[in-house]
Design a protein around this ligand. Structure first.
Ligand SMILES: NC(=O)c1ccc[n+]([C@@H]2O[C@H](COP(=O)([O-])OP(=O)(O)OC[C@H]3O[C@@H](n4cnc5c(N)ncnc54)[C@H](O)[C@@H]3O)[C@@H](O)[C@H]2O)c1
Ligand SMILES: [Zn+2]
Length: 328
């Protein structure tokens, strides 16, 4: 039994280890430093070594307790340790609850880009408890909403409209953790939506699952460009979605007023909608070359013709992306 934790350890690890002990499980606690920079092959290797050192074997299982970084790293470790052991996810961020803990995509970043080494390794189960969100900093909550807004744009126009009502006083309550329960239906709806898309296309072969990459081509480029520091995943996706909207206006007939509504909603959730003036934009394009969304040099770019729908386009050119990034 192993647990991987970032700065989440002091908050919840003790309680979990106690509960495991009460059920007769022996556990070893392994922590990694918080942040995207821990999602590396070196870190995965170091964790595997610690697991071997602690005497874990093929019957052991890994619990990933933390945000998406820990979920992706611990899942990857579970996929390769002794050629694969069971993985349990206990997401502690909103983003991890509504997105990364579902679907079994695990992996690490490399110098060339995000998630370029990994495995599909489904968790045996996921434990969600909104109470853990009480300690989450407001900026991290906003990040989670970036993926929720993405779900609304690609598949649920009604949820998009509902979200416009959530922003404002209701969101402030959420941030002060006074009304977490009220958000349970929204969180469940997002979990069901993601699970539904994954169930149709678990191995990312038919194009259904690829729609979840809306905003991620440019988003991942932004993260890579600044070496995963200063702009979080959800914030990069927020910016990437705006670039994707501009491409969608050109290539998929998205109306300008719908693009503006998306920008407005992202702003309401305090997500960035403009790149800092001095951002190294060229590095975004350098990173695009390594993106997994490229196939034989062709871009599989997700566009939205209308809020609530998305499709893969093969007519998007590097110039279209460049023009959209220049506007960011
Ligand atoms: N596998 C997938 O399908 C998938 C989907 C979406 C995103 N992702 C990945 O998820 C990652 C982003 O995840 P994230 O947004 O959860 O970031 P994160 O894991 O870095 O967590 C954000 C920060 O919050 C802290 N934290 C976590 N839970 C806390 C709590 N309850 N209280 C206080 N602090 C807490 C963490 O230590 C960290 O500093 C990215 O690496 C992204 O690529 C993966
Ligand atoms: Zn994402």
């Amino acid at each position: 039994m192993d647990i991987l934790i970032a700065n989440v350890a002091p908050l919840f690890a003790g309680r979990i280890q106690k509960s495991l002990a009460a059920s007769g499980f022996e556990s070893a606690l392994i922590t990694v430093s918080a942040g995207e920079q821990s999602k590396t092959l070196e870190q995965a290797g170091a964790v595997c070594e610690k697991m071997l050192g602690a005497g874990l074997d093929r019957q052991s299982f890994v619990i990933g307790l933390g945000g998406g970084v820990i979920g992706d790293l611990s899942g990857f470790v579970a996929a390769i340790f002794q050629r694969g052991v069971s993985h349990v996810q206990i997401p502690t961020t909103l983003l991890a609850m509504v997105d990364s803990s579902i679907g079994g995509k695990t992996g690490v970043n490399t110098n060339a880009g995000k998630n370029l080494i990994g495995a599909v390794h489904q968790p045996v189960f996921v434990i969600d408890d909104v109470e853990v969100l009480k300690t989450l900093p407001p900026r991290e909550l906003s990040q989670g909403f970036a993926e929720i807004i993405k779900h609304a744009i690609i598949a649920d126009a009604e949820m998009f409209n509902e979200l416009t009502q959530v922003a404002g006083p209701k969101l402030d309550c959420f941030k002060q953790s006074s009304s977490l329960e009220e958000f349970v239906p929204l969180i469940k709806r997002n979990i069901e939506m993601k699970a539904g898309i994954v169930a149709k296309d678990e191995l990312d072969r038919t194009g259904d699952r690829a729609l979840l990459n809306f905003g991620h081509t440019v988003g991942h480029g932004i993260e890579r460009a600044i070496n995963y520091q200063g702009i979080s995943h959800g914030e990069a996706v927020s910016l990437g979605m705006i670039a994707a909207c501009d491409v969608s206006m050109k290539k998929a007939g998205l109306l300008e007023k719908q693009r503006d509504a998306i920008v407005d909603l992202l702003q309401k959730f305090e997500l960035p909608t403009k790149l800092p003036g001095n951002f190294p934009r060229q590095k975004i394009f350098d990173a695009l070359k390594f993106d997994k969304k490229f196939e034989h040099g062709e871009i599989r770019f997700v566009v939205t013709p209308k809020i609530g729908s998305a499709k893969l386009s093969r007519d998007v050119t590097m110039d279209d992306i460049r023009a959209a990034v220049e506007k960011l």
